[in-house]
Design a protein around this ligand. Structure first.
Ligand SMILES: [Zn+2]
Length: 161
C-alpha cells in the first residue's frame, strides 16, 4: 500500500514515515488502534528528524476518546524531552496544542473537560519553559554583544593612543 500523504510504503493504519492515517476510518475503535499504532511507531523512532516529521504531520483523531488519548500520550513525551527549545520539544508542544484546541471545540462531555483540565498545567509549563528559553537566548545574545562591544572599545582606545 502506498501512503496517500507522502507516497512511502505503508503497511498498517498509520504511515511509519509521516504518521498519516491510511484509508477511511469511521469507528472510534479503529481510530483508537491508529493512535496506538502511531505512538508505537513514535516510540521505536529514535532519529530527531524522523521524530520531528512524525510529530509535525502525524494524524489528528476526530473521535473524542482517541483524541483524549492522543493528547494525554503527548504529555510524557513533552516531559521526557531534554530542553524546552529543542525542535522535537517544540513539535511535541505544537501537536499537543492542536489536539487540545480540537478538544476545546468538542468540550461538551465531562470526559473531554476532565482531559482538558489535566492538560492545562502541562501546556502552561511548556509555554513558560519556551518563554524562558527565548529569554535566556536573548540574555546570552546581549552578553555576547556586550563582550564584543567592550573588546571593540578597548581596541579602539588602544589604537587611538
Ligand atoms: Zn506517509
Amino acid at each position: 500500500m502506498t501512503c496517500r500523504s507522502c507516497g512511502g510504503v505503508a503497511s498498517g493504519l498509520v504511515c511509519a514515515y509521516c504518521g498519516a492515517l491510511q484509508g477511511q476510518i469511521s469507528h472510534a475503535d479503529d481510530e483508537q488502534r491508529a493512535v496506538e499504532e502511531f505512538h508505537a511507531i513514535l516510540a521505536r523512532t529514535t532519529g530527531a528528524d524522523a521524530r520531528l516529521r512524525l510529530l509535525q504531520s502525524g494524524f489528528v483523531p476526530t473521535h473524542p476518546a482517541p483524541l483524549i488519548d492522543a493528547a494525554l500520550r503527548c504529555v510524557p513525551l513533552l516531559d521526557n524531552t531534554m530542553t524546552a527549545d529543542s525542535p522535537v520539544a517544540s513539535a511535541t508542544y505544537a501537536r499537543l496544542q492542536i489536539l487540545a484546541a480540537k478538544l476545546r471545540v468538542i468540550a461538551t462531555t465531562p470526559e473531554v473537560k476532565r482531559a482538558l483540565a489535566e492538560l492545562a498545567p502541562h501546556l502552561a509549563k511548556q509555554r513558560n519553559a519556551q518563554l524562558w528559553a527565548g529569554f535566556t537566548n536573548v540574555v546570552i545574545g546581549l552578553g555576547i554583544a556586550l563582550v564584543f562591544g567592550c573588546a571593540g572599545i578597548i581596541w579602539l582606545a588602544g589604537a587611538l593612543q
